[in-house]
Unconditional design. Structure first.
Length: 151
């Protein structure tokens, strides 16, 4: 982790165990990312982040990307994805949550990038305002990348 930080790499904790996340957060001096995951608060399984991990990543200044597949959100539809995003916002704060679709072709998602309007609508229906949605839809990730990557 120290060597990665020296090289101005952003550490991605996707697929890391809870103990690895704790270890990295204990030594990281730069914000980390979890590029794609779920949260146990809405879909309780070992793969998803606990509220303690969400708080630790927020304290570190990092960003958590909420995934769109069954194991991440349990029920795969826009309202379920929105519910996971809202839980992460409630625990970590709106500046630390982003999309983590996992549109890589190895997982099944309820829509492709052309369907993000459905998720936006679900977030609006759940009461999230447009400024918060803009942060989740990309501003938080852009901020992390601009601050964290080398020039």
């Amino acid at each position: 982790v120290r060597r990665m930080e020296e090289k101005r790499m952003i550490v991605d904790l996707a697929h890391a165990s809870a103990s690895t996340i704790d270890d990295v957060l204990s030594i990281a001096t730069r914000p980390v990312v979890v590029s794609h995951t779920g949260v146990r608060g809405t879909c309780d399984n070992a793969r998803n982040l606990s509220d303690a991990a969400l708080r630790g990543i927020a304290k570190n200044g990092g960003v958590v990307g909420i995934g769109f597949w069954t194991h991440a959100v349990c029920t795969v539809d826009p309202p379920s994805i929105a519910r996971a995003i809202l839980h992460a916002i409630d625990v970590a704060g709106v500046d630390h949550v982003s999309l983590g679709s996992d549109f890589d072709g190895t997982t099944l998602t309820p829509f492709d990038a052309s369907g993000l309007a459905q998720l936006t609508e679900a977030l609006l229906d759940a009461g999230l305002d447009e400024a918060a949605i803009a942060k989740v839809m990309g501003e938080n990730t852009i901020r992390l990348l601009e601050a964290g990557l080398p020039d």
